[in-house]
Ligand binder design. Structure first.
Ligand code: B1M
Length: 212
């Protein structure tokens, strides 16, 4: 669809205001929210990612594209929430220590809230102890960690160890995700779940909290 292509193009140029307006227009035209997300916003971000990898664009361009992505996603957020779903459990979510990538984490948050879960968003650069402290203070049932760097994914092992050391490992499910994460890594560090995308993460989290 032409408008989805336009969203992708404008996102790549970092035109946040235009992206927001185009997303609003796509919603008004009745295009499914998931399609706007996948074929507009995420498609554009994927192309920027490839260009970043190939040194065709640099950090400033990626940052403005990320801002456009977040503004477009914010329009979709209320539409992802299932009306009338009661809060079914608390999730403590963050990008791990040393890692500042938050676009995937923000999507996970949106999708989880759409499933009726209450998400405590700790932001980025979150040390293991902060996850544990938040679980204790808020009685969270899930710790959800995101990492985008191969140099920070090891912090997820520290989160699992910190939960064990704090004596709360049996009370909390630990979910992990992010581009470098795999099922094998999940098993290796003793986490409970790896999911490849935000929508699946929300489904698994809802299952852990036994709400559907
Ligand atoms: Co960064 N960066 N970056 N970056 N950046 C990557 C990740 C990289 C792959 C680019 C590349 O070289 N090809 C590379 C990592 C290489 C590696 O580790 N092997 C990289 C690098 C090297 C860096 C810096 C070191 C660059 C530098 O400064 N020299 C630096 C590190 C800063 C830091 O964190 N300490 C850096 C900085 C940045 C920006 C600040 C410029 C910006 C971040 C802006 C922001 O997040 N607010 C940025 C971006 C945007 C990217 C790319 C281009 C896009 C990432 C993204 O947002 N994707 C990325 C290249 C790429 O991925 N192709 C790259 C879209 C997002 C929706 O996907 O987060 O994967 P993602 O989320 C997915 C799934 O992974 C999943 O759900 C989402 C889909 O539904 N998911 C979960 C995510 N978390 C989950 C948790 C779950 C379940 C699923 O359960 C809990």
């Amino acid at each position: 669809m032409e408008i989805l292509n336009e969203i992708s193009q404008q996102l790549q140029k970092g035109k946040a205001k235009i992206v927001k307006e185009l997303v609003e227009q796509a919603v008004a035209e009745g295009i499914p929210v998931k399609s706007i997300l996948d074929n507009g916003l995420l498609k554009g971000m994927g192309i920027i990612g490839e260009k970043f990898k190939n040194n065709e664009v640099f950090v400033p361009e990626v940052l403005v594209a990320a801002r456009a992505m977040n503004m477009g996603a914010a329009v979709l957020k209320p539409l992802l929430a299932d009306a009338g779903v009661e809060s079914g459990g608390k999730v403590c979510l963050g990008t791990v220590k040393g890692d500042l990538h938050d676009i995937g984490k923000n999507l996970v948050k949106m999708m989880m809230e759409g499933k009726g879960l209450e998400v405590i968003d700790l932001g980025t650069d979150v040390p293991p102890d902060k996850f544990i402290e938040t679980v204790r203070e808020n009685n969270c049932r899930i710790i959800a960690c995101s990492a985008l760097l191969t140099t920070t994914m090891g912090v997820m092992q520290e989160v699992v160890d910190a939960a064990k050391n704090a004596g709360i490992r049996d009370e909390v499910k630990i979910m992990i995700g992010g581009a470098p994460i795999t099922q094998a890594f999940c098993e290796q560090i003793g986490a409970d779940s790896y999911t490849p995308d935000a929508a699946t993460a929300a489904e698994v989290a809802a299952d852990f909290c036994r709400i559907h």
